[in-house]
Design a protein. Structure first.
Length: 362
């Protein structure tokens, strides 16, 4: 079985869960990725052979920082890509034939489902939201995008099946679906080795800061030194950070192990962050996110979980974290949530593609 997997170029969250699912696929499944994300990421994360053919078919959201979307620029760039896609459809279908593709999976590039429909291949969506959900609230302010929005919805309607990662926005336009529990890597608590490797004292607390590709301008990261009982770590540099912020590398400490070892994760709220915190039992301090339809769904889920702590942008930027850090230490780490979401997705993808006639009917 040979699967063509389209991965959106919006940050790394979609790619992380894609890699987690692909690592659960059977040994006889061959993988081809179509994405604009760097190949080195997949080389680091996917533990089976694959081919990657670089291409961009969507843009996700273009952001000013970790939590702020540039709505106009996003819609203008997506519209240009959509125009290009209409001229690339025949070429993508031919690519599928040359590669002898048996089925298409997409997270969550809309164009992929049009390619599958035209090529007569079964298609599976893996999503907790779609770009239709994100862009729809922008259209009243930017009505030029409405025809493109209709096209996006129509492309998602072409998908044969949805693996609905929960919590989700609902996505009623998919015809058939299966709900799937969190997809995230379960880490190992390496707290002792981590402290020894970083030269930390036993009594120090560890906070993992994750802002993704986009930083938060104007924060005085040097003021982290106020928190003398805490050591802050992260996989991205923070400009001007104090000496109690340590930059660590995934090759030395797998990211899921950092989540499983930290007393708290501080960052933006996204599906990957929420799922990793729940699966690894790490409390989450997060910022509100405006103009992003996924946010209220995720916030409800993490509030129901009981270990999410929301800060206002002002509190976050001013590093007014004393109260919430103290509250977290008082409550202690939550129990990890068991989930086989990635394994469920892998088995469903294999089953659906293997049993689906080439006309795409389930």
């Amino acid at each position: 079985m040979k699967i063509l997997y389209y991965v959106t170029a919006h940050g790394y969250g979609h790619a992380v869960r894609t890699a987690t699912i692909c690592n659960e696929l059977a040994a006889n499944v061959r993988l081809v990725f179509r994405t604009a994300l760097p190949e080195i990421f997949f080389r680091e994360e996917v533990k089976k052979p694959f081919e990657l053919f670089a291409a961009q078919f969507d843009c996700g959201c273009l952001q000013r920082d970790s939590v702020t979307v540039d709505k106009r620029e996003t819609l203008e760039v997506y519209r240009r890509l959509a125009e290009q896609n209409s001229g690339r459809l025949a070429g993508e279908v031919q690519f599928c034939r040359e590669q002898r593709i048996d089925g298409i999976v997409s997270d969550i590039t809309p164009f992929a489902f049009e390619v599958a429909r035209r090529a007569g291949l079964p298609s599976v969506a893996v999503a907790n939201f779609t770009w239709y959900d994100i862009y729809e609230p922008y259209v009243p302010e930017y009505p030029f995008f409405e025809p493109c929005l209709r096209t996006i919805r129509g492309q998602y309607e072409m998908a044969d099946y949805l693996l609905e990662l929960t919590p989700s926005t609902g996505m009623p336009y998919f015809r058939q679906r299966r709900e799937v529990p969190p997809v995230a890597k379960r880490g190992t608590n390496i707290r002792g080795r981590l402290k020894k490797g970083l030269g930390l004292k036993d009594e120090q607390h560890i906070a993992l800061i994750y802002l993704g590709e986009f930083g938060m301008e104007g924060i005085r990261w040097q003021d982290l030194e106020r928190f003398r009982e805490w050591e802050f770590i992260g996989i991205y540099p923070l400009p001007g950070a104090s000496v109690n912020y340590r930059l660590v590398h995934k090759k030395d400490y797998p990211y899921e192990d950092l989540v499983a070892s930290a007393d708290v994760l501080i960052g933006k709220i996204g599906y990957g962050v929420v799922s990793q915190c729940r699966v690894n039992g790490a409390p989450l301090i997060y910022l509100p996110r405006e103009d992003f339809a996924e946010f209220p769904v995720l916030e409800r889920a993490i509030q129901d979980w009981g270990h999410g702590y929301r800060l206002s942008p002002g509190e976050y930027r001013a590093l007014k974290w004393e109260g919430v850090l103290g509250e977290i230490l008082g409550q202690g780490r939550p129990k990890p949530v068991f989930s086989e979401g990635a394994k469920i997705c892998a088995r469903e993808i294999e089953r659906l593609i293997a049993r689906t006639p080439r006309d795409g009917t389930f």
